[in-house]
Design a binder for this molecule. Sequence first.
Ligand code: CTP
Length: 212
Amino acid sequence: MKILVTAGPTREAIDPVRYISNRSSGRMGYAVAQAALERGHEVVLVSGPVSIPAPAGARVVPVVSAADMKAAVDVHLAWSEALVMCAAVADWRPKRVSAVKIKKRGASPVLQLARTPDILAAASARKGDRIFVGFAAETGADFETEAARKRKKKRCDLVVGNDVTAPGAGFDVETNRVSFVTVDGVERLPLMSKLEVGRRIVDWIERQAALR
Ligand code: CTP
């Protein structure tokens, strides 16, 4: 299959030296890409700035901001048979980007923020027969309810939900504890490596594709 994977954070510039971002390491998305390649799928990996090596065989499209990532997804969506949106897209960007470094003298700046595009929601208008997998990284026990809400809102076939504050889950760790939320309900997976979660996601996509 042709699988489009997004990974990592996005960065939204404040000025030429500063940005707003988040704690995503890219590990979960890179693990999905690796798992898909192991199974012989073709992978385009649209990646925000990360410090981990790309899996061998992936075609990497490096991006910085949410707007860049949306443009890359828009370009490669037509090629793809499945979209796995692992990226932690920044939800806001500074409304104005200063062309020069903001100096400390004078009053502290007040940042006005604007919403970034919702890449997955925008892609859902062009979903066609594609399999869509979204992620819901939440902080709290109601993460499965939130994942179910996002699955419907963004027309995903599967949303992989997790509580990033749970032990062994979240940022910069090699493991994750996730729940698969589909139209059929919730499947809770035990704590496992992110690569193993990636393999389960690829298994799910393959099974779903075989049903179509
Ligand atoms: N996502 C996206 N574009 C955005 C924000 C999120 O495509 N601007 C994708 C993520 O890659 C993920 C899914 O949407 O697959 C859910 O992301 P999340 O940040 O959990 O959801 P939000 O829609 O931002 O919801 P909320 O702010 O209510 O948590």
